[in-house]
Write a protein that binds this ligand. Structure first.
Ligand code: HPA
Ligand code: ZN
Length: 335
């Protein structure tokens, strides 16, 4: 089945670009800029990626991102991920970009986007890659800082399809970001937010009600609230689930405990994504493969998950129909 899924056209909707920075590139850029890191070899980097919770991961994630300094670095980061899309047939991707992460290093948004634009143009002309960017905010920072970044991004409004909310969830509830989401909605952005990864189901409700999001990133803790599950299923609110991430960040002790297929069977629009593939041990295809090996996912379930990825995309309906036709064409050749 993994071969069948490898060739299948797929979407990825929950991917932090900084989380795709792999050890060899991390060490290369650290050396280029003379950034001192607590590791010298790929083996040492990977040995350090042993997390006990979201915060223990975020500490190394922000440290890793601190090596990104100039437009060439951002070009290489984007190019490396889009190459994964090409290899894994991720025909449409929605990539979370977090410009607040680069502020301590003094990197301007224009520099970040200069690098990204070059790699995206190459992938679009090279093999027809479909790419959208999500302007993702860091919720451990004050809302005023997020609003300032929203304004900084105004001249680049057409680069982004949506806004998102990432970083430490506990103690940083959706309620803190109501002005940010109202301002973003006024500017015409689509709205998504991380909720119900480490935070309680109430954060999922609040993201929907107080922030008006149309999609939830993670959302797996909805399983603790039956009424919420019914609402998510009835409204087909997409959850961008990241199975390997959930196990590596100890949301579940074992993949066999993951509830993604139960949610699928209950009619929720769950999708499969890699979150931070360089840190969690696999790209999109490896996330699907883990569901096959540890949860006995059927071909029908795999196909529903892929279709949900297209349904949940921030794309106009014509583009979704075109993606579906690509999928039908593949299935006619590879039933
Ligand atoms: N949760 C919150 N913030 C993040 C994550 C995540 O899984 N990955 C990168 N930033
Ligand atoms: Zn995430």
């Amino acid at each position: 089945m993994t071969q069948w899924l490898a060739g299948m056209p797929k979407a990825e909707l929950h991917l932090h670009l900084d989380g795709s920075l792999r050890a060899p590139r991390l060490l290369q850029l650290a050396a280029k800029h003379g950034v001192s890191l607590p590791y010298k070899t790929v083996e040492e980097v990977e040995a350090a990626y042993n997390f006990s919770d979201l915060q223990s991961f975020l500490d190394l994630y922000y440290l890793g991102a601190s090596v990104l300094r100039d437009a060439e670095d951002f070009y290489l980061l984007m190019k490396d991920y889009l190459e994964v899309c090409r290899l894994q047939n991720i025909v449409h991707c929605e990539i979370m970009v977090e410009p607040q992460t680069y502020i301590p290093q003094g990197v301007e948004l224009s520099v970040v986007l200069e690098g990204f634009d070059k790699a995206i143009d190459e992938a679009k002309t090279g093999w027809g890659q479909s790419v959208k960017l999500i302007l993702s905010f860091l919720r451990h920072l004050p809302e005023a800082d997020c609003l300032a970044m929203l304004q900084t991004a105004d001249p680049y409004r057409d680069h982004f399809c949506a806004i998102g909310l990432a970083s430490a969830e506990k103690d940083f509830p959706p309620a803190n970001f109501q002005t940010l989401y109202r301002e973003a909605k006024d500017r015409g952005y689509e709205l998504t937010a991380h909720a119900g990864e480490e935070g309680p189901p109430a954060y999922i409700r609040d993201a929907l009600q107080l922030l008006s999001v149309s999609r939830i990133d993670h959302g797996v803790r909805a399983v603790e609230d039956d009424e919420l599950l019914h609402q998510l299923a009835a409204d087909r609110v997409p959850l961008t689930v990241c199975p390997l991430s959930n196990v590596r960040l100890c949301v579940y002790d074992y993949m066999s405990e993951h509830r993604i297929l139960d949610l699928l069977e209950q009619g929720l629009c769950v999708t499969v994504n890699s979150d931070d593939p360089a840190y969690f041990g696999g790209d999109l295809l490896e996330n699907f493969a883990a569901l096959e090996s540890d949860l006995a996912m059927s071909k029908e379930q795999a196909l529903l998950l892929v279709r949900n990825g297209f349904e949940a995309a921030f794309l106009p309906s014509e583009a979704k129909i075109a993606l579906d036709e690509q999928l039908q064409d593949y299935l006619a050749r590879h039933p």
